[in-house]
Design a protein around this ligand. Structure first.
Ligand code: KG4
Ligand code: ZN
Length: 338
């Protein structure tokens, strides 16, 4: 019998310090420590993030090992996010993973954060069959992919400016909400009128996205009122503004997916990344796939946000394919998927 695969996954690309243990592809623990230090700044402060990772990482890894009931000497590999992300934050995770892999004499696997998000679909049951389409939609990325096999994919389209999550966060800031605003807008929108204001939908040719226009149109809309009326509008109609803004973003996200289903004939579609937690997006995607006799795959909420379980899963696929990284590999903040 071949030796069990016991992988430690580490994720420190932005402001979540995370570690997870995956044994033979089954998740045994998943620990995420978020950093509330950034809330008062309305966004992630890179220097603060890397210092916090340094402080937190050892105890987060210890917790993940403890919860999985394994000792570090039982590990057979260490997978870590090598990019894209904040350079200082990535370096903390990559340096730790390389040192630990060298010390333990096990393979080190540098994983692309986006490949991690794609692998998050395999943490829930049932996983999607190949080929499938997958929309990666987070605070840093919005891209539509076709996945033909683990590690084999092509980018069909991506955002030309802001990511969808970034639009949620920036509009939230304009509306006086805390960072990250996506989950709050999602919650507020439940009670709001989706037709309250017709924010324009930007549709590009092909499968590309653009979200900078919607952010500006929310700003112009609010600035069309004087200060007193603007404050009154936000006080009285916050849920309606959130619902109609969110509806526009969701429509823009779905339109290229509709086209891709038609063009490729692939009807298995995944949604991954922080914004995949959005209830309205999930509902409208379910409707779309019902119409197309297809199936939607979304990770459980815990695996939508940045986490290390997905990094361990992507590392597991790579190792199974006979791949591992060289210890000379370094963090790359602008690492591309292809
Ligand atoms: O994947 P993630 O945790 O980190 C990045 O790689 O960016 O995604 C975080 C992003 C933030 O922009 C946050 O506002 C957004 O995901 N987000 C949401 C929701 N939950 C998180 N956006 C809309 N609706 C949600 N329920
Ligand atoms: Zn992410």
């Amino acid at each position: 019998m071949s030796k069990a695969s016991v992988l430690l996954g580490i994720e420190t690309s932005c402001d979540d310090t995370a570690a997870a243990v995956l044994i033979d592809g089954s998740l045994m623990s998943n620990v995420v420590s978020s950093q509330p230090q950034h809330i008062e700044f309305g966004g992630v402060v890179p220097e603060v993030a890397s210092r916090a990772h340094e402080k937190l990482l050892v105890s987060v890894v210890d917790d993940a090992l403890k919860q999985a009931g394994i000792g570090k000497n039982e590990l057979t590999g260490i997978a870590v996010t090598k990019g894209p992300g904040l350079i200082g934050s990535l370096m903390v995770g990559v340096s730790f993973a390389k040192a630990a892999a060298l010390g333990l004499g096990v393979p080190f696997i540098g994983v692309n954060h986006l490949e991690g998000h794609l692998a998050s679909l395999f943490l829930s049951n049932p996983p999607p069959p190949f080929p499938h389409l997958c929309l990666i939609v987070s605070g840093g990325h919005t891209q539509l992919m076709q996945i033909d096999a683990p590690g084999q994919f092509k980018v069909l389209g991506k955002t030309r400016d802001d990511a969808a999550g970034e639009a949620f966060d920036k509009v939230g800031k304009i509306l006086g909400l805390d960072y990250p605003a996506g989950p709050q807008i999602d919650r507020l929108a439940i009670a709001g009128n989706r037709s309250f204001h017709p924010f324009p939908r930007t549709r590009l040719k092909g499968y590309d996205y653009s979200f900078s226009g919607i952010k500006t149109s929310v700003l112009y809309y609010l600035n069309s009122f004087d200060e007193m009326h603007r404050e009154e509008l936000i006080r009285n109609s916050l849920a309606d503004i959130c619902a109609s803004f969110q509806e526009a973003v969701v429509d823009m996200l779905i339109s290229p997916i509709k086209k891709a289903i038609k063009d490729t004939g692939i009807r298995h579609v995944g949604l991954v990344g922080g914004v995949s937690a959005n209830l309205r997006l999930r509902t409208k995607m379910l409707e779309l796939l019902k119409q197309n006799k297809g199936q939607l795959y979304v990770p459980e909420m815990a695996y939508c946000m940045d986490n290390a379980a997905m990094i361990a899963m992507a590392g597991y696929f790579r190792l199974k394919n006979g791949e591992q990284s060289d210890l000379s590999e370094i963090a790359n903040p602008s690492l591309k998927l292809l």
